[in-house]
Design a protein around this ligand. Structure first.
Ligand code: OTU
Length: 634
């Protein structure tokens, strides 16, 4: 098929009815057509790839175009265009927070803006804040209505006011696009349960246990302690519902083009709230095919390309952030200007923790050498902890080559970080232990996983210094690596694990709540007192952030992961026309030296160490326990 011809023909057929709609802005119609001239073809191509066997596809494309035009006219056109590559800048610093846990509600969150500003935040990710079931809603990841703010947190107007206030202070807003599933209380799910065939087609409803078993045979269990397999029997429907995560989270059926159109409408609504980035939750799971793992299938990429084309046409200032916590090769496949411009960097996250446990950086170095490079305009979102668990992700071909048995090493890491390994400094909690294969992930705050909790409990001042060293090390690597650094609420204040979830019946089975603490006034006070460990964490972090923001090299793209031939040191260089930077990080609690020749990569004699202002003379560079050096050209 001649795709250019077919897409042009289709656009010509649809355009007259779109052009004839009652446009509020004449200029919008012209601009919209220009966007279509570029992005209709990739959209059309994706739709054909996914839905060519649906006789009514043309109808759905028409519906979609109407939605895109309405949104563009009513919301996008008038808004001022910002720097489209803003996320490259060294000024960026993100934080992810729960509205209620961080501030109480949306109105009170506005009062926290001065705090965020002072911290240097430019990117605020608010965890899902939409209407969700009472009780357990998977922390809001079971959405009952994308268009209604959860009344516990405030109103739609409060959200709009917050978005405006944030923008006024130069802080961009990031919202979740939870599009793999809805809650079982969403009106689509309710209609399906009431017997409406149209809405039954929005989900995967299976008739027989045999079919369920056929699918389960090739699926990975994501929440094995919730329920075995990926399906939940629904007694009203007398059918099994596909539920990859919790049983109340129903997977949407994207093999139905109507679902794509309906969800795009929700996506555009989120765009209209004034958000700048949409976090694509659980995007690896959106396309299913019997006999496969149903993760990261080619169809998932085609779908994301289609969503992205819709954005480029109707809300071009928005970016997608990929939340693919899967094999590194698969993570990278979602990154591109035509899919996700931003992506979490779970590989660096997990392997920094791996390096801290082993005091060895070879797996981190070798893995990033293979996987760090992504297309020039895209960026990683680097992080140390998030609201979820840590999964031990890396490419086993690399660990094999390094003589590390992947399976055994993951068991070691789980034991180490859950305090079941002699000499461990960490106080993590296991998450989703799979009784069949022993798989498990780890939860805990940055401070508790890095040893602060244990040191405080044992009143061990030496251990306390080491814990602070580890926290500073992780922050320093995270803030200097290419991409947008993202903090997680409370970690900037050094908060410890919080066990109170154990007495809440809706939370006690989900240990991720251990790292979702209600941030209290006391937490802020402790962190502003420089005589406390928390105060030192906050002060250190503030210093690193200030250095990052005053050196343009922290926005540079070109990155080289370096081999240091020292088993404990992780190193990389960032190179730009104006400034070069070498980062050296000692992942062990022992002082060491490495040959000064490593600075040759900066091709300058004139060097400064940005963190402590150390002189770099002599044949060797000395690194103290857990020390990081930022060596830069002026
Ligand atoms: C995401 O994470 C969210 O971050 C979680 O908080 C949600 O519970 C979940 O989706 C469902 O909405 O399993 O443990 O990439 O690792 O998508 C976290 C695969 C999760 C998963 C990831 C998911």
């Amino acid at each position: 098929m001649d795709i250019v011809y077919e897409s042009t023909k289709t656009l010509e057929r649809i355009w007259p009815s779109i052009a004839a709609r009652r446009w509020k802005n004449k200029g919008a119609r012209i601009q919209f057509k220009e966007n279509l001239n570029i992005y209709f073809q990739p959209l059309f191509e994706s739709m054909l790839e996914l839905y060519s066997d649906h006789y009514d596809l043309h109808f759905h494309i028409q519906q979609l175009m109407r939605q895109l035009a309405r949104h563009f006219d009513e919301h996008t056109f008038a808004s001022s265009v910002q720097d489209p590559l803003w996320y490259h800048s060294e000024q960026n610093l993100g934080i992810a927070v729960y509205v209620d846990l961080f501030a109480g509600d949306l109105i009170k969150l506005q009062k926290r803006i001065p705090y965020l500003k002072q911290l240097g935040i430019t990117y605020l990710h608010l965890m899902p804040l939409y209407l969700a079931p009472e009780g357990d809603s998977d922390g809001g990841y079971a959405v009952s209505d994308y268009r209604t703010v959860n009344p516990r947190l405030g109103s739609n107007d409060d959200l709009k006011a917050l978005a405006d206030a944030l923008h006024g202070e130069g802080i961009r807003l990031v919202l979740d696009f939870v599009f793999n599933h809805t809650s079982d209380e969403h009106e689509w799910a309710k209609a399906a349960q009431a017997g409406d065939r149209r809405y039954q087609g929005y989900y995967y409803l299976l008739d027989s246990e045999r079919e369920v078993n056929e699918y389960n045979a090739t699926l990975r269990e994501i929440f094995p302690t919730v329920r075995r397999g990926s399906f939940t029997f629904n007694p009203e429907l007398e059918r099994w519902v596909w539920t990859t995560f919790n049983s109340f989270q129903w997977d949407l059926n994207y093999s139905n083009p109507e679902v794509f159109v309906a969800i795009t409408d929700q996506m555009l609504h989120l765009a209209s709230l004034g958000c700048d980035v949409l976090r694509l939750d659980a995007l690896a799971f959106i396309w299913k095919q019997k006999g496969t793992v149903c993760e990261s299938l080619p169809g998932a990429h085609t779908l994301i390309k289609a969503f992205n084309a819709c954005l480029r046409i109707s809300a071009p200032e928005l970016l997608f952030k990929s939340e693919a916590i899967v094999h590194p090769d698969e993570v990278n496949r979602y990154i591109g200007m035509d899919e996700c411009q931003l992506s979490y960097n779970p590989l660096m996250m997990a392997l920094m923790w791996e390096s801290l446990a082993t005091r060895q950086t070879k797996l981190l170095t070798a893995s990033l050498m293979k996987s760090f490079q992504i297309p020039e305009q895209t960026r990683w979102v680097n992080y140390i902890r998030c609201h979820d668990d840590i999964g031990w992700t890396w490419d086993d071909a690399i660990s094999d080559r390094l003589g590390i048995n992947g399976h055994d090493h993951r068991i070691f890491l789980n034991r180490f970080y859950t305090g079941q390994f002699a000499g461990s400094f960490a106080r993590g909690v296991p998450f989703q232990m799979n009784p069949e294969n022993g798989d498990c992930r780890v939860c805990g705050t940055l401070a508790s996983l890095a040893g602060l909790e244990q040191a405080i409990d044992n009143e061990d001042s030496k251990a306390l210094e080491l814990a602070l060293g580890r926290i500073q090390l992780l922050n320093a690597v995270n803030l200097s690596m290419t991409g947008v650094p993202l903090l997680y609420q409370g970690d900037e204040l050094g908060v410890l694990n919080d066990d109170s979830y154990l007495s809440d019946p809706h939370k006690c089975d989900d240990s991720r709540w251990v790292n979702r603490k209600q941030i209290s006034e006391l937490d802020f006070e402790l962190a502003s007192d420089l005589t406390t460990a928390q105060g030192r964490i906050a002060q250190n972090l503030a210093k690193l952030i200030a250095i990052r923001k005053s050196n343009p090299v922290f926005g540079a793209y070109q990155t080289e992961i370096l081999e240091t031939y020292n088993p404990h040191v992780f190193a990389f260089a960032r190179l730009s026309d104006s400034q070069n930077l070498l980062v050296l990080a000692n992942f062990s609690e022992h002082a060491l030296t490495i040959p000064s020749s490593i600075v040759d990569i900066l091709s300058s004699e004139n060097l400064i160490e940005l963190i402590n202002g150390d002189q770099l003379t002599g044949p060797a560079i000395a690194l103290g326990p857990y020390e990081v050096k930022w060596i830069a050209t002026p």
